[in-house]
Design a protein around this ligand. Sequence first.
Ligand SMILES: Cc1cc2nc3c(=O)[nH]c(=O)nc-3n(C[C@H](O)[C@H](O)[C@H](O)COP(=O)(O)OP(=O)(O)OC[C@H]3O[C@@H](n4cnc5c(N)ncnc54)[C@H](O)[C@@H]3O)c2cc1C
Length: 416
Amino acid sequence: MAGPIPHIAGSTRTLTAQQLELVGLAAALGRERFAPRAAAIDRDARFPFDNYADLRAAGLLGICVPREHGGLGADFTTYVMVAAEIGRHCGATALTWNMHVCSTMWAGFIADALDMTAAQRAEHARIRALHFDRIVNQGKVYAQPFSEGGSAAAGKAPFGTLARRVDGGYVVNGRKIFASLAGAADYYGVLCTLDVPGATQRDSMYLAVPADAAGVSVFGDWDPMGMRGTVSRNLDFKDVYVPNEARLMPEGLYFQAASRFPHMFATLSPTYMGLAQAAYDFTVQYLRGEVPGMPPVKRRMYPTKQVAVADMRVKLEQTRALFLQNARDVQVDPDRDTRMRLYAAHYTIMENANDIARLAIRTCGGQSMLKSLPLERLYRDSRCGSLMLPWTAELCIDRLGRECLYEPGERDEVIE
Ligand SMILES: Cc1cc2nc3c(=O)[nH]c(=O)nc-3n(C[C@H](O)[C@H](O)[C@H](O)COP(=O)(O)OP(=O)(O)OC[C@H]3O[C@@H](n4cnc5c(N)ncnc54)[C@H](O)[C@@H]3O)c2cc1C
């Protein structure tokens, strides 16, 4: 692309030194390592192990691990910008890395913002230090399987996977579907329900199950339309024993987090912000006749293409504006308007990413969708965002519609 490459945050004026440094690091890794590998990872639907070796070497597995535990100590705002930059070069790497980073974010600054007794907090501090050490010093990777095919991952029912208390730990039984990093992670951060009579969503647990523990198996095919490098196969847990130290959050804290810290689910969309930027970047390069390996045919002089690119840029800037606002709005107990902006931002990023990729293909034309170029992969990958629970595009719209029209606790009179 001629001229300076646009920054994922648009203007860099208000960025902190750490944000500039880490986004720069992600951009260099993305351009030099991840982008050249992306086509093969997609074609073979295989996990990007080489990219993880690079993330590990760069310290990015510990991006949200607090500095006192040897991590980079990045906050939410910094993390989402770095994740978007990685998504710009390889969607599957960004999305799976998000699952890993969430385990450190949820056990880290999100847990810090929630209520715990002094004893719970001390025990959590002891246990999370073990997990942080594994990540920072041993380079271990954590996945985050919570989907089960029913309504638990949508937040509407308790998880069907159960953790029964036993001496010194828990025994886990259940199945997860769509577990990104299946067969690649060292630990599965399993969302499950404490096996007590009458258990509800308040009894949710978040346990790190070692991938090599007895009773853990990966099953099912993996040949999807997009995000093929995530290798999101199914997991079976049959009488898997884990010690108390497997707790990534104290018993019951996940429910509090999900109710009071909704930004914890907004970490899925930065990948798609990156995909939107990538589709735009490609279009500009293509219409200027600057795609490496292609004849230098310029197509920029046609007014209809200029209009289409302007339309893409408008959508991209709308998307980025909400992405950045959402990144900076992060807080515990956000007010109702902040929550609604969050749903609107998440929805917009997921839907616009695919719409920008659609416009890119229509505008660039037939040759642009050949498998030898990245655009058709961006189109397929970007379609996946709106399907991801708990905030699918439909569920964002459901929540927004309800919350726009009803005050908390309001009900309609039943008309006979
Ligand atoms: C590339 C990719 C990677 C993924 N990685 C992971 C991962 O690492 N970990 C993980 O846990 N999951 C992951 N997922 C799964 C994802 O988050 C969803 O759980 C999954 O796509 C749900 O599939 P489904 O067909 O069962 O969904 P759906 O049938 O759409 O939804 C499942 C259930 O949610 C409820 N629901 C859905 N829509 C509504 C609605 N409008 N109103 C009320 N209830 C509703 C219903 O009860 C429904 O049965 C991934 C998905 C993709 C595409």
